[in-house]
Design a protein around this ligand. Structure first.
Ligand code: ADP
Ligand code: MG
Ligand code: ZN
Length: 425
């Protein structure tokens, strides 16, 4: 039989219908196909999934994809299936499946029909699963959202720490691909160390999001802030936006206020039951509402390309969180406005939330908060501060006035009555 050599671009067209690769995708895929441990650091929306999905489709056997959130797994699998004519090309295996569903997944895997299996880290803690995987032909392991392995990341998950040990039980020689959208140099070295990446090929994309406009506004009284937000939304009528708040109660209050002001809005937080959460997320995705007022429980992996603004009603607990959360705006490359309200009172609230944590965690948390405060109080280019945080060189002359400080240079910033007053030059 003649061996038909398919070029990567042909494979891309065939499997996904895209005409070209984005950013570093092609060279990353080559590294994975060559069986090398690979570390991909690429901003949200950059197209990380395709980096493992295409090689998974092109390799013999099935790729195991570790993903932290059970809720997102179904979305991802549905998305993969939507590109293929065969539903069994991708499956997920987690605690939400019935016995019969698990059986179907296993049958497809054993028959070699499945190219991608999404698993939660918990799935790998079950010995019977590990034993089953040992019998399969696995092409490689992809660890998505790899920053979850680090306490310095914005979403530490202790189960990620055990991944290496579990992967070794399946087969110590499997290539490992780690992917993340946010990794400061500290988080990067944690990932390499904890996953035991062997001389990995590292692909670091720029974190700059030129289409996002960053702005800090002093937060004064509650009614005043809400009035500002209502005015902002009215100025962007019919556009999709996310408002992040620190606590659940505020999401409800704020959503009610917006509704009272003729804005289609819903609240979203982890205190709602799963059905309500899924329903509200869908309302936002399908544009039955324009604005979702949420705690950080909302957003990870949400792929709505035309979110036009992200407002932080409270300052986030780290710059990395801020980057991640604002990163949900303008994924389609068009305008994205990121406004963060800042008051020292909110900083104290964040500190208060950590009061019962062990000392080491409090110290770590305090350092992250201090970096955010420095960002908020800085008169330097916002983009420059953010990118330096990720270890990237950047000159403010490149910002193109796409932040408040470049647009309206400030002479000084004073902290008065715990409220930051910004004096324009
Ligand atoms: P990430 O995981 O890096 O945040 P995703 O993998 O979710 O990003 O991809 C973001 C979007 O980019 C998706 O809608 C995806 O379909 C799209 N995409 C990825 N690669 C390409 C490509 N080569 N051409 C066009 N669109 C792409
Ligand atoms: Mg992703
Ligand atoms: Zn700037």
């Amino acid at each position: 039989m003649a061996v038909v050599k398919v070029s990567l671009i042909d494979a891309l067209r065939e499997h996904f219908g895209f005409d070209s690769f984005k950013g570093n995708q092609e060279i990353i895929i080559k590294s994975i196909l060559a069986g090398k441990d690979t570390f991909v650091i690429m901003p949200t929306g950059g197209g990380k999934s395709l980096c493992y999905q295409l090689p998974a489709l092109m390799s013999p056997g099935c790729a195991l994809i570790v993903s932290p959130l059970i809720a997102l797994m179904k979305n991802q699998v549905d998305l993969v299936r939507s590109y293929s004519s065969k539903d069994n090309v991708a499956h997920f295996l987690n605690s939400t499946l019935s016995k019969a569903q698990i059986k179907k997944v296993r049958t497809d895997l054993l028959a070699g029909k499945t190219k991608m299996l999404y698993v939660a880290p918990e799935t790998l803690t079950k010995q019977e699963n590990l034993d089953f995987f040992k019998e399969l032909e696995i092409s490689f392991i992809a660890v998505d959202e790899a920053h979850c392995i680090s306490e310095w990341g914005h979403d530490f998950r202790p189960e990620y720490r055990r991944l290496k040990e579990m992967i070794e039980q399946i087969n110590g020689n499997l290539p490992i691909i780690a992917l993340t959208a946010t990794a400061t140099p500290k988080v990067q070295s944690d990932i390499v160390k904890n996953l035991g990446l062997r001389d990995p090929q590292v692909f670091l994309s720029s974190f700059n999001r030129p289409n996002l406009y960053y702005e800090i506004r002093p937060k004064r009284k509650k009614d005043q802030t809400i009035r500002e937000i209502v005015k902002f939304i009215h100025q962007h009528k019919g556009k999709s936006g996310i408002i992040y708040t620190l606590n659940r109660k505020t999401t409800e209050e704020l959503a009610d206020m917006l509704v009272a002001n003729n804005i289609k809005a819903v609240a979203y937080h982890a205190g709602l039951d799963a059905g309500t959460r899924a329903q509200r997320q869908d309302m936002f995705l399908h544009e039955d509402v324009d604005v979702i007022v949420a705690t950080i429980a909302f957003g990870m992996g949400i792929d709505k390309p035309d979110v036009r603004f992200v407002i932080h009603y409270n300052i986030p607990k780290s710059l990395e969180n801020y980057y991640q959360e604002t990163g949900r705006a303008g994924r389609d490359g068009l305008e994205g406005i990121c406004v963060c309200f800042y008051s020292y009172k909110d900083v104290q609230k964040l500190e208060h939330l950590m009061r019962d944590k062990p000392l080491s965690e409090r110290e770590m948390g305090a350092q992250l908060i201090n970096e955010t405060v420095a960002y908020a109080e800085s008169s330097a280019c916002r983009r420059k501060v953010i990118l330096h945080y990720f270890g990237e060189k950047y000159e403010e002359s490149q910002c193109n006035n796409a932040c408040d400080n470049c647009r309206n240079p400030k002479e000084k910033i004073e902290v008065k009555n715990r409220v930051v007053i910004v004096l324009n030059a």
